[in-house]
Design a protein around this ligand. Structure first.
Ligand SMILES: NC(=O)c1ccc[n+]([C@@H]2O[C@H](COP(=O)([O-])OP(=O)(O)OC[C@H]3O[C@@H](n4cnc5c(N)ncnc54)[C@H](O)[C@@H]3O)[C@@H](O)[C@H]2O)c1
Length: 428
């Protein structure tokens, strides 16, 4: 009898795909998924899924050199030779060469998710994508429609949901603190990503890049939808290096449950900072407050020449095995695991995507974040322009049954249709 198998191809193997995805798939390739399941409350599937074999059949990047490097790294860890692909749209070659592919994992730059996702769905291939699923609400609709038409999973890598502290907040503490009033969520990335690692900073911004972690987390707690937002951004540091991108973006979103959350993101933290990123959130409720510092968790060391450092061992950590290799566990892997469980349930148990939707962060849920990212980018650009003209930051966006409307009081003398511009006309 042939062994049940899930064939995966990874597009994008840079800082994140080449590290977190690649290592997660290497462990799956060697030992399967059963050992990961109790971490995400899905151990009832452990026996069923223990025999499933996972194969990373292909890895693709933009350049031949990086594709080969990723395939070689995978070979080194697993002794399994994945095929290396490269180019502008290497997913087409993969989908052609592997007609029995089960999952396309997408870890390309933020603005390059939609194309491989739609190409995979068109061929009936499930998708595991990095956040943000896409940058516009209209693209999110296209993805959802294609996934529904083909009964395929689009799982979005929203790992903050699986941070043990956040699970505790979702399942327990948010009920203790009462109705949420307001909160702040911040994620500050190192200067290195915007000035050296990413070649695509000018096609994204700090909020589109890392804000989705928090908008999704807040959604996972309260299932509340946005009703309005305002956004501003600054360009002072990266322009010094000739990069025309926002240093930082701040977005305030008001939700239909009455709460108001501020999201603060940047990618200009100097290298002297003690941790890889600075991040955390806090929520004030009618009957209490929760604070969660995701960066400094009480673990810190310093040594001569090394400065004072912290580390978040919850995200991913290496666990030494007796054979000298290292298992890779943490909430960074958990969010990939849940999507793959959903794929296995559809493939091996014949379940529909609706029946497994509760198992993983879905495209429908990601659409809420895409709508926020989409509107925030437009509001931020208008406010940036008006601030430079000395007119303040008065532009906002409204969400509702009639879609998304940009409200720009600076255009009052042009008529109401210019003040209220509909950028999306379906209910959010
Ligand atoms: N979940 C998380 O915590 C997390 C963390 C970092 C990045 N990300 C997301 O992962 C994605 C990738 O980020 P990164 O940090 O790895 O970026 P990166 O710039 O380090 O890597 C991008 C990768 O995509 C490849 N690529 C670029 N254009 C391509 C094309 N046309 N076809 C195929 N491959 C192409 C590059 O060769 C590279 O391998 C982004 O969407 C980012 O937001 C998520």
């Amino acid at each position: 009898m042939t062994q049940p198998t899930i064939k995966i191809a990874l597009v994008g193997a840079g800082m994140f795909g080449g590290d977190v995805h690649l290592r997660a798939y290497a462990d799956l390739q060697r030992f399967g998924i059963a050992g990961q399941l109790a971490r995400v409350g899905l151990d009832k599937f452990s026996r069923d899924l223990a025999p499933v074999k996972f194969e990373l059949v292909a890895v693709a990047t933009r350049s031949e050199k990086s594709a080969k490097r990723a395939a070689e790294e995978f070979l080194r860890i697993t002794s399994y030779a994945s095929r290396a692909y490269f180019g502008d749209e290497p997913w087409h070659d993969i989908l052609r060469d592997f007609p029995d592919l089960d999952v396309l994992a997408v870890a390309t730059p933020d603005h390059l998710h939609t194309q491989p996702i739609l190409a995979a769905l068109a061929k009936g291939v499930h998708v595991l994508t990095e956040k943000p699923m896409c940058l516009t609400t209209a693209e999110a609709d296209q993805i959802i429609e294609a996934a529904r038409a083909k009964n395929r999973i689009v799982a979005v890598d929203m790992h903050k949901r699986y941070d043990p502290d956040h699970l505790r907040i979702r399942d327990d503490i948010q009920k203790r603190i009462g109705a949420p009033l307001y909160g702040t969520a911040f994620l500050e990335e190192p200067l290195e990503v915007s000035t050296s690692t990413f070649k695509w900073v000018e096609s994204s911004d700090p909020f589109s890049y890392v804000g989705p972690h928090w908008t999704d987390l807040i959604y996972s707690y309260y299932r509340a939808k946005p009703v309005s937002l305002t956004a501003v951004g600054q360009k002072k540091r990266l322009v010094r290096d000739g990069i025309n991108a926002y240093d930082a973006v701040q977005v305030r979103v008001d939700f239909d449950n009455g709460m108001s959350i501020n999201f603060h993101n940047n990618w200009i933290t100097p290298p002297d900072f003690e941790g890889p990123v600075n991040q955390g959130h806090e929520i004030v409720g009618a009957d209490g407050k929760v604070e969660s510092d995701q960066q400094y968790r009480g673990f810190r060391w310093w040594n001569k020449g090394g400065g004072s450092r912290t580390s978040n061992n919850h995200f991913t950590r290496d666990v030494l095995r007796a054979d000298g290799t290292r298992a890779y566990v943490g909430y960074g892997v958990d969010s990939l695991t849940v999507g793959l469980v959903a794929v296995c349930r559809v493939k091996f148990a014949g379940e529909t995507r609706d029946a497994v939707a509760h198992l993983y962060p879905t495209a429908e849920e990601a659409r809420i974040t895409c709508a926020i990212v989409d509107a925030a980018a437009r509001v931020r650009d208008l406010n940036f322009k008006y601030l430079a003209e000395g007119k303040g930051a008065t532009v906002t966006a409204r969400f509702g049954k009639d879609g998304i409307t940009i409200c720009d009081p600076n255009r009052a003398n042009e008529g109401a249709d210019k003040v209220f511009q509909c950028i999306y006309d379906k209910a959010i």
